[in-house]
Design a protein around this ligand. Sequence first.
Ligand code: ATR
Length: 265
Amino acid sequence: MDVYGLIGNPVGHSLSPPMHEAGYEECGIDARYVTFEPPKGEGAAAVEAAATLDVAGLNVTVPFKQDVLDAVDPAPLADRIGAVNTIDFATDPPTGYNTDAAGATRALESHGVDLSGRAVVVGAGGAGRAVAFGLADADMTVAIANRTEEKAHDLAADVPDATGHGLDTLGDLVADADVLVNATTVGMKEDQSPVPADALHGGLAVLDAVYDPIETRLLRDAADAGATTVDGAWMLLYQGVETFETWTGVDAPAEPMNDALRARL
Ligand code: ATR
């Protein structure tokens, strides 16, 4: 039996175990997916311990996504993003991947969204960074807007063809955009949107990385404006799908994985 897992702190509420185990069951893979909560600052040590214990793969979440870079050989995209969320122990040293970028692009593509033209990413934290690289690598022209404008400029300097902005110009950016992604925490728990509702339009596809609640104010406003909407559980699913395929080499069964995920939301 193979053991896969997740390190995070805190890790308690993770939806990844049921999602991945639904995939193993569907594919007849003899594996389990478990969660670990190492002390903060011990991410690299946890990766070394997992290698010793013959763990086959680890997901990595907050606050360890940068820490584990010291314990892995990062794949090119993870190296550019500067964060690892998936580790494969088939190599020595283990290889570090970032599947958050594919989580966003595959979520959009699964809804028939064409990844060309202009994208606006709101947020320049960890999630915004991965999403901006994903959309730019798909050949979109990416505008990054962030409350702390300097962070948007810093991120834009790393992402091909991207520009950085404050939130004051968000309405104008969105009016000209084909794709909009919320990669801030706004809308989580409270009924607020980071984007003025009157800037939304029917030519947009809107992905909200927030999945709690599943229907955010931004997605409601976007649906009212006639936009295509993609909720945050799709991004979580396709991040998991990409990870599953990285670990097993088998096409991931997205439907049962999605069912397992949504049953717990
Ligand atoms: P994550 O890993 O989920 O991206 P993060 O790295 O802490 O989390 O980033 C949170 C993002 O949400 C940032 O872009 C943050 O903006 P700042 O860089 O200005 O802090 C954004 N954010 C959080 N609360 C916000 C708010 N009330 N209004 C606008 N943006 C907010």
